[in-house]
Write a new protein. Structure first.
Length: 128
């Protein structure tokens, strides 16, 4: 048997998949760039005091949104930086709200939009 991947390798792999989903939503007109950047800033503000965020879903989302805006050390995503020019000035001024993420995590780690989505499409029972 081969070695098991490290947790951060799994987080980066999951972030790449999530990035593709965010990219698809954006291309279909289902993503607002300003709201997405504010979410990234909230997650980033939270991560400054909580390094363990990368062990959670929010950490994967943080990585995926950074890729979406080209804010990654991986040069593959640098072309995405052109999206920064499309943001409103007040989005650049926004500092991020770490308390919003802390409250979300205290409520079970689900964002308000994820909870809303589940109201529309309830979770299906697992077969295994």
């Amino acid at each position: 048997m081969g070695e098991r991947p490290l947790a951060h390798d799994l987080a980066f792999s999951a972030a790449e998949v999530m990035h593709l989903m965010v990219e698809m939503e954006y291309r279909q007109g289902q993503r607002d760039l300003d709201a997405t950047m504010r979410r990234l800033k909230d997650l980033s503000a939270y991560s400054l005091a909580h390094a363990d965020i990368l062990d959670k879903r929010q950490g994967v989302e943080l990585l995926a949104l950074a890729m979406f805006f080209g804010l990654s050390s991986n040069s593959t995503y640098h072309l995405n930086q052109q999206r920064l020019a499309q943001l409103a000035p007040d989005t650049f001024a926004y500092q991020g709200d770490a308390e919003a993420i802390a409250a979300e995590m205290a409520e079970g780690g689900r964002s308000a939009s994820a909870a809303k989505d589940e109201e529309i499409v309830p979770r299906q029972p697992r077969l295994f």
